[in-house]
Design a protein around this ligand. Structure first.
Ligand code: IVH
Length: 675
């Protein structure tokens, strides 16, 4: 059907008007129209598009929900890792943070951008030529899930940027969250429908965003606020974080109206107090405030350590505390055999979360607090942290209570428990004979970030161990279809599925495999560092403690555990059996996305670069896996000296660190294959 220019113009105008209203409503929080009139405009556009489908453009406001449900989320490797934040709980910690930063920057005072710490989930939105092309969750910081279809359904997220002066590539990072009102309303509906309620708005946001069927995300009351940027190319941004946020807002991205710029730490602490007082009356949950050094060049000088920037810190609000009763004390046996006493509590609600358990840590802690069954206690919950018993109210103690003593035998396998000198915990000596330890080890092995064996959840693991089908984690690959199908709540189909998942898990990366082994002190990040450094498992097995501690970010304790792990013949046997079963990875490529060309290399940028702003140089290096540091040391691999390079260049020459000029640097970027 031919569409007249008049109709075309009408549709374009409607789209523009609606987008404009969205901007005023969601970004500026200053609606120009009553909701009913806005709805009228939307219906008008829908009617037109229905009549003339050729009018539909991908960025039309009617097209937010359109995709068919997915079967799984694909992985998105972040061009620039998504960092987390260090925490401060006390004023002094904030002052120390500021002192360290001032010392490193050699300046007297620092300007801070202060913001709310939103309690939702971090996402990265990638715009290319002004169009939203990818939305991804933070995941482990290196890679997350592709939730593009889902983020598109959020009306607070523009599908197309406003104006025409945005960079060609712009990654915007921020938080997706569910305001308190929407959370309460949805939970009421869930109760009415007899469904399980969400524990807190953060879970609600995560659960609502990560829907394979994006049309389900569309009707959840989710919001988004921007607070950072990732990769930027083809365009420059201002040199202050607060100005960058203003630019984002001008391009149509929502920013928080509670952000401010302050001149020193005292003003940061004042902001903290002021927000703390408003906390309960805010429309959404926050768990603290964030202080960011406002000047981007200062941020760049400071760089980051491990996973957190040296130029920002979260100042957390005090944990919320409530009174309840200890109904019982149980003992849990962890993956490493540690016995942890857990208080079972009369259910209480703390800031919207129902608490029924609290950790008592260890015998010393129990003794110190003298917690007994029957006691009235104060429990505290702080963000993610497991709730804990703060103290007992002795006046409320019933008569005839007994001090609590941990059992002398493991409650699961009856083996002796021991307390190693210098350690606070007692451990079961049953090792992998202890079902509790085997369960945890297997569950960890199968988990999403480890071998990712889909469908092998807690219930199945329990059966496998209880029925003695799995004595060592390597047994998991030798179970027959018949054995799987014979388990409770399993059938032929589920057995097919799990066998497939097992087969798929065999093709993995060295980093995941190392992490899956459950070596003490080897978390995901350490596993990744080891894999990137050594590239092959054999080399890791041969490494001595001295070799290991030379690697940045590997401490002496982790080094000791790594060496001890590979010395143990039982562990070597498990590894051989796993490899014999077909578990493999590409050694010389060491997981292409995880070990890009410049992994493990530390760069220092100094002087002025002509061909690109320093921010871009840094971003490109980081995208290739390199670390960009603000100061030269013996561990620096390259110093890139631009024009008018000063003291850092001299220091590099003194230390004998390799110095390259801008041309060599650009050439290096070009020859390094991107991940
Ligand atoms: S900035 C490089 N700003 O906190 C710094 N994060 O602990 C990147 N968060 O994963 C984060 N509010 O989910 C930043 N105003 C804010 C924030 C914020 C909440 C979350 C975010 C991040 C986590 C870090």
């Amino acid at each position: 059907m031919k569409i007249s220019p008049k109709i075309q113009k009408q549709a374009a105008q409607l789209r523009e008007t609606i987008n404009e209203h969205n901007y005023y409503y969601y970004v500026l929080d200053d609606p120009l129209l009553p909701d009913s009139e806005y709805d009228c405009l939307m219906r008008e556009l829908q009617a037109l598009e229905e009549k003339y489908p050729a009018l539909i453009t991908p960025d039309s406001p009617t097209q937010r929900v359109g995709a068919t449900p997915l079967s799984t989320f694909s992985e998105v490797v972040h061009a620039i890792p998504m960092l987390s934040l260090g925490n401060a709980f006390k004023d002094e910690e904030v002052q120390d943070f500021d002192k360290r930063a001032r010392a490193r920057l050699a300046i007297d005072s620092i300007e801070y951008a202060v913001e709310l710490k939103l309690d939702g989930l971090a996402v990265s939105l990638r715009y290319e030529n002004g169009l939203l092309v990818t939305g991804a969750t933070r995941g482990d910081g290196q890679s997350g899930e592709d939730v593009t279809q889902n983020v598109k359904t959020l009306k607070t997220i523009p599908v197309r940027l406003r104006g025409d002066d945005y960079p060609r590539v712009l990654e915007v990072r921020g938080e997706v969250f569910m305001p308190k009102a929407g959370f309460n309303k949805w939970n009421q509906q869930k109760i009415a429908a007899g469904e399980k309620v969400w524990a807190n708005p953060r879970n609600a946001a995560a659960g609502s965003l990560r829907q394979l069927d994006a049309s389900r995300t569309a009707n959840r009351p989710l919001r988004f606020l921007s607070y950072a940027i990732g990769e930027v190319e083809g365009g420059d941004l201002p040199n202050r974080h607060s100005d960058i946020l203003q630019r984002l807002q001008a391009w149509g991205l929502p920013i928080s109206k509670y952000s401010e710029v302050v001149k020193d730490t005292q003003a940061c602490l004042d902001y903290y107090q002021q927000i703390l007082e408003q906390r309960d009356s805010l429309p959404f949950e926050i768990d603290g405030v964030v202080y960011k050094i406002n000047q981007i060049n200062q941020q760049e000088t400071l760089g980051f350590v491990s996973r957190a920037p040296r130029w920002a810190i979260a100042h957390k609000f005090p944990a919320q505390e409530v009174l309840t009763q200890v109904v019982d004390i149980d003992v849990q046996v962890g993956r490493t055999g540690a016995l942890t006493p857990v208080a079972r509590l009369a259910p209480v609600n703390v800031a919207g979360v129902t608490i029924t358990n609290a950790t008592l840590h260890n015998q010393d802690e129990i003794n110190r607090k003298d917690v007994r069954v029957g006691d009235t206690v104060i429990v505290r919950r702080a963000g993610d942290v497991i709730p804990e018993v703060v103290r007992v109210l002795p006046k409320k103690r019933p008569k005839n209570t007994q001090p609590y003593v941990l059992p002398k035998k493991c409650p699961v396998c009856d083996a002796e428990v021991v307390r190693i000198k210098g350690e606070a915990v007692v451990r079961c000596t049953g090792g992998l004979f202890c079902a509790a330890q085997r369960k945890q080890a297997l569950q960890h092995f199968a988990s999403r970030r480890a071998m990712e064996i889909d469908g092998l959840g807690e219930k199945l693991v329990e059966q496998l161990i209880d029925k003695d089908l799995v004595k060592s984690i390597a047994d998991i690959y030798t179970l027959t279809h018949e054995q799987w199908a014979g388990l409770e709540r399993m059938g032929k189909k589920s057995a097919d599925k799990i066998m497939k998942a097992l087969e798929k898990s065999k093709s993995t990366t060295l980093a995941r495999f190392l992490y899956a082994l459950g070596i003490r002190e080897v978390g995901e990040s350490t596993a990744r560092i080891l894999a990137q450094h050594f590239i092959s498992l054999d080399k890791i097995m041969e490494a001595t403690e001295t070799d290991l501690v030379k690697i940045p970010d590997i401490g002496p304790v982790a080094a000791q555990y790594v060496v001890a792990f590979f010395k143990e013949s039982h562990n070597m046997e498990v590894i051989q059996r796993l490899q014999a079963a077909g578990v493999h990875w590409v050694e010389n490529e060491a997981a292409p996305s995880k070990a890009p060309a410049l992994a493990g290399q530390t760069f220092v940028l100094t002087g002025t670069l002509i061909s690109m702003p320093r921010r871009t140089a840094k971003a490109r290096l980081e995208a290739l896996g390199a670390k960009v540091s603000g100061s030269v040391s013996k561990k620096t691999n390259y110093v890139v000296a631009g024009e008018k390079a000063g003291s850092k260049l001299t220091k590099a020459q003194d230390l004998g660190v390799k110095v390259i000029d801008e041309d060599e640097f650009v050439a290096l970027l070009e020859i390094s294959p991107s991940p």
